[in-house]
Design a protein around this ligand. Structure first.
Ligand SMILES: *Cc1c(COP(=O)(O)O)cnc(C)c1O
Length: 232
């Protein structure tokens, strides 16, 4: 099932790229494997997925050591400072950096084990109060600056989540907002390359608005069974 899902997804992504003058090779597809077993990750890997993402520190810590294939790991969920120790050993990318405190903790722990994770700042560009992420310009700059001053991590881009809504204009505005912030930071010399935006329900709009990293779970792994171990 995963291989078929992936084939259908890849066809759709390619078509959207064609229609928007974008190249498939400019996009990284991250299979969000949360709540799916390691066996599903291995199935997806065999079908061609190389990048995987998890959103819970402990679940990530439990699963990552069992995946011995050469995958690239992304941590995409909200990260509390006291849980950095669970993700630092395996995460190649951390998408959810939203405070100076978190930057310092990642920098410290990465330094101890000689890793240099790539990080993205999570921004709240939708204005929803329920969402995590930085929204004020001065806060964004403060956290970006602290990344610049940290030797054991590399700031490569920005991440956002769109509201769950049928209103595509709201979704588009959220993604456009992220792209604007990237342009704004790059004018200040940050040299960011990544825009992590777009999930199963809105990746088409994300590609149209310049996404470079798609975080897709359901369209690859199928519906998650929340009755088993609830999300958040
Ligand atoms: C679950 C999750 C996704 C993927 O969601 P789907 O709708 O299943 O594609 C992407 N990003 C984050 C941060 C998530 O937690």
């Amino acid at each position: 099932m995963i291989a078929e899902n992936l084939q259908i997804l890849e066809e759709k992504i390619s078509e959207i790229c064609r229609n928007n003058g974008r190249s498939r090779s400019d996009l990284t597809l991250i299979g969000i494997s949360k709540m799916n077993p390691v066996s599903a990750i291995l199935d997806a890997f065999k079908a061609g997925v190389i990048h995987f993402g998890e959103n819970k520190a402990q679940e990530f810590q439990n699963k990552a050591p069992d995946v011995t294939e050469n995958v690239v790991w992304h941590f995409v969920g909200h990260l509390q400072t006291n849980k950095v120790k669970y993700v630092i050993k395996y995460a190649d990318y951390i998408h959810s950096v939203d405070s100076v405190k978190l930057v310092h903790e990642i920098d410290k722990r990465a330094g101890k084990i000689d890793r240099i994770p790539k990080v993205l700042l999570e921004l709240n560009t939708s204005g929803e109060e329920s969402k995590f992420g930085l929204s004020r310009d001065d806060e964004i700059l403060e956290v970006a600056e602290s990344c610049k001053n940290s030797g054991n991590l590399e700031l490569v881009g920005l991440m956002t989540m769109a509201p769950y809504t049928e209103d595509t204009e709201i979704v588009r505005k959220t993604f456009r907002g992220l792209r604007d912030k990237k342009d704004w930071l790059n004018k200040k010399g940050y040299g960011l390359t990544e825009l992590s935006m777009g999930m199963t329900n809105d990746y088409d709009i994300a590609i149209e608005e310049g996404a470079t990293m798609l975080r897709i779970g359901t369209a690859i792994f199928g519906e998650r069974d929340y009755s088993k171990n609830g999300d958040e």
